[in-house]
Structure formats: structure tokens, C-alpha cells
Write a protein that binds this ligand. Sequence first.
Ligand code: HXC
Length: 259
Amino acid sequence: MFTNDTLKGRTALVTGGGSGIGLEIATAYARLGASVMIVGRNEERLQAAAEGLAREGGPVQTRKCDVRNYDEVKQAVEATVGRFGSLDILVNSAAGNFVCPTSELSPNGWRTVIDIDLNGTFYGCHAAYPHLKASTHGGSIISIITMLGVTGWPGAAHAASAKGGILSLSRTLAVEWGGDGIRVNTISPGPIGDTEGVRRMYIEAGKGDLEAQKTALGRFGRKEDIANAAVYLASDLGNYVTGENLIVDGGRWLKYVAN
Ligand code: HXC
């Protein structure tokens, strides 16, 4: 639906790009002409992802990186610019969470998820800033959150707080960095049927049909739906959009029914 040159000449760095929604976004970007760096914790997964991405045409690079470590994130950013000559798009897709009642959540469990989701996103934005500012296309930051960070997420206070924090960080940076030509947006996916998170949280728990019915559309989304939103926001099509939270959830949060 997008023309093949929609992202031609741009370089994207995708954290958590070895699997799931991050990989789907990286794939769409490569298909539409971007050079892509994917980073993640699992080298084997990155390698397998890179082989698939190479078939899409664009140049691809991988790098092992734990987003909890600022130095590793900074090195990944520098490696991207070293390999491709610029950085135009940063996608913060790395995430980790688990379900645990707050009263039983250890301080380290809390810290672990905040570190990956919120601190990791801040590290990416901070390390990428000078290069995004120098982008001839105008920089674009896209962070993957969820409306559960707005409505609350019983059993996942750490992830809800991190995602809510990313929303606020993104709106803040949209204003701080707008004058530098950098657009900063978030995407809030709803239940995406072909992801590890939904499989683990809903399908394996026997709640798949129930969760699908909680959306206005009555069905799960696909990773492709999120990738399309990420192409729009990264490209000139979204040139005047910043500080926005693009909700791609089939009307799930409007039809919110507490568990
Ligand atoms: C209680 C837990 C726990 C659990 C870990 N911890 N899992 N506590 N219940 N199920 C606690 C540990 O006991 C420890 O605290 C602390 O968290 C750190 O755990 P580690 O295992 O040492 O951390 P690490 O190996 O770095 O693992 C990170 C992780 C893990 C986030 C905790 O779950 C992970 O790597 N997950 C894989 C990635 C992932 O979650 N992807 C989901 C993305 S999908 P103590 O006190 O014991 O030291 C998604 C979609 C959302 O986000 C869908 C919304 C609709």
C-alpha cells in the first residue's frame, strides 16, 4: 500500500528488532527502502531475523545490545551511524514484563521491567538525539507502548508505570526537540494475535476468545497493523505529527472491561 521508496535513503534503528512487533516494523522498513539496524539481547534470534530481512532488499545490520545498559545502547547508535552514515528513525520496541500481583512483586522485579521499558527507551532517545537532529529528513522517534499504561494494568504495575512514563517522556521530548526537527510519537497496540505477549497472557491462559471480544472490532490485530502505523509515523506521510499516541487496538480501550 505504501510505495517502495517511502523510506528510501533513511536509516532506522529498531530495539527489540529480533522478534515480534519490532521485527515486523524492521521488515516493513527494509521493504520500503530503509537501511535497518536491529538490536536485541539474543544473538541467535537476531541472526535469524537478519536473514529474513536481507530478503526484503535493504541493507541490514545486527548488534547484541541490552537496552538496560546505556553504554551498549550508545555503541549501537554509533555503530548504526558508522555503518550507514546517518540515523533518521529510532524505534523503541524492546520490552519485558511478567504478570505478578503488586503485593508479591519484589523491588528487583519492579526495577527490571522499569529498566528495560522506561530506562531503555530514555537511553535510546538520549543516545540517538544528536544524529536525529542532524538527519536531512528530520528525525523520528517511535516508541511502542500500550493503552494499559493509561488505563492501568492490574497484575503488571511495573509495565503499566513504564509505559505511562514513556508516553509522558515522548510528549515532553516532542516539545523539547521539535525545534530540532525531531518528531516523537508513540504507538499503542491492542491485543496483537501473533505476538508472544498475547499468546502467553491470553491464548495459553484460555482467554483468547474473551479478549478478542473485548475489542470493538471483535478480533485480534496483526503485527502488520502496527508496522503500517510505524511506517506512517516514520515517513513524510506523518510529517506534521508529533507528540501523538497512535492507538491501533481495534477499539479495545474504548470498550474497556476490567478483568
Ligand atoms: C515474579 C518475577 C517473574 C515472575 C521475573 N521476576 N519473572 N517475579 N513473577 N513471573 C523477577 C525475578 O524474580 C527477579 O527478582 C527479577 O524479576 C529479575 O528477573 P530475571 O529473570 O533475573 O530478569 P531477566 O532475566 O533480565 O528477565 C527479564 C524479564 C523476563 C522481563 C523479567 O520476563 C523476560 O526476559 N521476558 C522476555 C521478554 C518479554 O517479557 N517479552 C514480553 C514482551 S510482550 P528477584 O527479586 O527474585 O531478584 C509485551 C506485550 C504486552 O510487552 C501485551 C499487552 C496486551
